[in-house]
Ligand binder design. Sequence first.
Ligand code: PMV
Length: 306
Amino acid sequence: MIISKAISKIILSGEHAVVHGYPAVSLPVFNCSSQVTISNHSKSGIEINAPQISTNLFIEKYKADCNPLELTVTNFLRKFELSIPNISIEITSNIPIASGMGSGASISTAIIRGLAEYFKIEISTDEIYNQVFEIEKIYHGNPSGIDPKVIVYQAPFYFVKDTKMEEIKIKKNLEFVIIDSKIRSTTKEVVELVEEQYKLYPAKYKTIFSHIANISNNLKSELEEDGNIHYIGDLLNSNHNLLRRMGVSNQTLDEIVKTCLESGALGAKLSGAGKGGIVIALVASEQKDYFVKDLKQKGITDICLS
Ligand code: PMV
């Protein structure tokens, strides 16, 4: 039996803007992860079982039209010219699905790592990234690649699509609380919405993206230089307001952000594609317990990481 894992991520700044060539900053989240267990079985073919998303699939032969989980497996087998083994792949995860934490990229990464171990194939991190990126195209339509980058390399990144993928050496230790709005949102749909709006109102969106680029650049410097936590909080707040102007927030997310700030967060924003998913709140370490307690008293109980 083989067990493989992969982490998740949050985006500090630059979601959507990053799809259009502007910089983003994203951090790995080690406490929310997916796990894949691969075992031999007596059936012929591959059974993929993901109970949390009520998914049970069976691969007996290669087919063109299949879902991202099947494609992760068959792309791997094709790449290394392997025939279909008789195995079961069990997927579990404590990453909220369709919520901006890169659940899809994480599961693909864990599957590829597990298969590499099963077949005793030495696979480079770059190759895992390339394979996960291919699958991201199904989830995101037009992905920037930031999710697989952070998740596969397990490091913070300053990311400019097709241009610059720079690992950030963080000096500033930040504490985030992650709140799940429980509204599931499809990244592909929200990315398409922004693309449509960008085509309709290019000047407005270019201005928004440029402001976001400044935020990402400033955040990178602050993280590398043991910067000012209050200023970092302000940058997150500004990014949330720009995401609102972009049209990817909603009332629930705005209310969570407002409550976080009222409860003492230094900054808060939606993170990921938006229209649902998570809010991240930056808190001073010594304030964290009080902050979480206060949120719960105000009815915000879906805290996935604190
Ligand atoms: O998977 P999500 O919801 O975290 O979205 C990733 C960030 C986007 O910029 C919206 C899409 C992308 O590919 O960069």
